[in-house]
Design a protein around this ligand. Structure first.
Ligand SMILES: Nc1ncnc2c1ncn2[C@@H]1O[C@H](COP(=O)(O)OP(=O)(O)O)[C@@H](O)[C@H]1O
Ligand SMILES: [Mg+2]
Length: 146
């Protein structure tokens, strides 16, 4: 199942995060795809605030991983752009993260094989001043589409 949503302003992306936050809990993994500047990190910042995280969330591109433990659940924010192998991903302890908290993954290609079945995937896109997101999910998350 999938649905394309226009994100005509930053507020639309914030609203999307508000809507998605209550669907997530420990074990949830949210792969975020889309080119540089498409709004992945912006979405995670908004998501974090709806999870009760008061710390500033910033891009993990240079450090691969940032984690936040001050919200309702641990939030693990990964950016795999610079990662070369699946082994490196395992060395980060990604399986433990998935078990204990909400894991959001920018540039998730290398994580494809280890993702749990029930993921809510977000693919952000933009062209000129238009922005959108394609949300797709398995059946168990179908409440999102109702
Ligand atoms: N509707 C929107 N949704 C998300 N970001 C937006 C939107 N409109 C403008 N922006 C801006 O676009 C930029 C997206 O950057 P970022 O989230 O870092 O992208 P990415 O992580 O995908 O590389 C932010 O500076 C944000 O302020
Ligand atoms: Mg980013």
């Amino acid at each position: 199942m999938s649905k394309k949503i226009d994100l005509t302003s930053e507020q639309d992306t914030i609203d999307l995060a508000h809507y998605i936050a209550p669907l997530l809990g420990p074990g949830s993994v949210v792969p975020l795809s889309g080119d540089l500047g498409s709004g992945k990190t912006f979405f995670v910042k908004a998501l974090g605030s709806f999870l009760g995280i008061t710390e500033e969330i910033d891009s993990p591109s240079f450090v691969l991983l940032k984690e936040y433990h001050c919200g309702r659940f641990p939030l693990y924010h990964l950016d795999l752009y610079r990662l070369k192998t699946e082994d490196e991903l395992m060395d980060l302890g990604v399986l433990d993260m998935i078990e204990s908290g909400i894991t959001v993954i920018e540039w998730p290609r290398l994580a494809q094989e280890i993702l749990p079945y029930e993921t809510l995937r977000l693919e952000f896109g933009f062209e000129d001043s238009k922005r959108w997101v394609l949300v797709s999910a398995e059946d168990s998350l179908k409440e999102f589409f109702e």
